[in-house]
Design a protein around this ligand. Structure first.
Ligand SMILES: [Zn+2]
Length: 263
């Protein structure tokens, strides 16, 4: 137990720092106009010089910490003593809300990309004043967060929490991939048509897709590693009360008289 904590204390900061470096490299590679010109040996020092050391810690450190904390909270139902049951629990609800935030981020990114593309093609800018634009963006973000929370709640009803979380991560990975496939060609077209690529919506859309991918990778690996253990537990225990079935189980649980399926 103590070793496990020691491992966590060492592993979590290393993991967080690795996330910071990864996001810097990938987002930097998206931002650069001519990727063949990148000198990867010089790249870290150039990025630090361009952004500034203190700014880099804040710009990439805060998102990395947010990623690690939300990933950990998302995975709490996977680490309960027994495999989580399909019923509503506070920890599962929290996981769903966090997954919905990732889905909302992807929806938001798609919106940014499409708006940018339409503006570039029509050579018109949506001349909204800043407060109105900000209000619309925040409302869209909060709205889709609520929408996805509801969808995921319905989706996970009546199935085991570990299966629900596994399927949700799978769906989000698929969604991210689809989004990149849609936004990447839009981004290329936007780049061809604009002189200043500095605040392109398609760029932000790709950055958010990168963050979503990095976010999903952690829980994806953890859920895959734990799925066998959970399946084994379900096969050998009563699903309702956790009674150990033994070598020749009857049709019903002797503890809670729950009718076992598949016996
Ligand atoms: Zn039972």
């Amino acid at each position: 137990m103590r070793q496990r904590w020691l491992l966590l204390v060492v592993a979590v900061p290393i993991y967080t720092f690795a996330l910071m470096v990864l996001t810097t490299v990938v987002i930097g590679a998206i931002a650069v106009e001519d990727r063949t010109s990148i000198d990867w040996a010089q790249y870290p020092s150039e990025v630090l010089a361009a952004i500034g050391k203190d700014e880099w810690w804040a710009m990439f450190g805060i998102p990395a910490v947010v990623i690690v904390v939300t990933q950990a909270v998302f995975l709490i139902p996977m680490f309960s003593k027994r495999p989580p049951r399909g019923e509503r629990s506070m920890s599962l609800l929290l996981s769903l809300v966090i997954a919905a935030a990732v889905a909302a981020m992807l929806t938001f990114a798609l919106m940014l990309g499409v708006i940018e593309f339409v503006q570039t093609v029509l050579e018109a800018s949506l001349d909204l004043d800043d407060t109105l634009a900000m209000t619309v963006l925040v409302a869209a973000l909060v709205g889709s967060w609520g929408f996805w929370s509801g969808i995921l709640l319905v989706f996970s009803r009546g199935i085991w929490a570990d299966r629900a979380l596994g399927r949700i991560v799978g769906l989000l990975v698929g969604g991210t991939l689809l989004e990149v496939l849609v936004v990447l060609p839009l981004d290329i077209m936007v780049r061809r048509r604009t002189d200043c690529y500095c605040f392109a919506g398609t760029f932000f859309a790709l950055c958010l897709a990168v963050i979503a991918t990095l976010w999903l990778a952690g829980p994806g690996v953890v859920i895959a590693l734990m799925s066998k253990k959970h399946r084994l537990w379900r096969e050998t225990h009563c699903e309702r009360c956790g009674y150990a079935k033994g070598p020749s189980p009857g049709p019903k649980c002797p503890e809670c008289s729950y009718a076992w399926v598949g016996q």
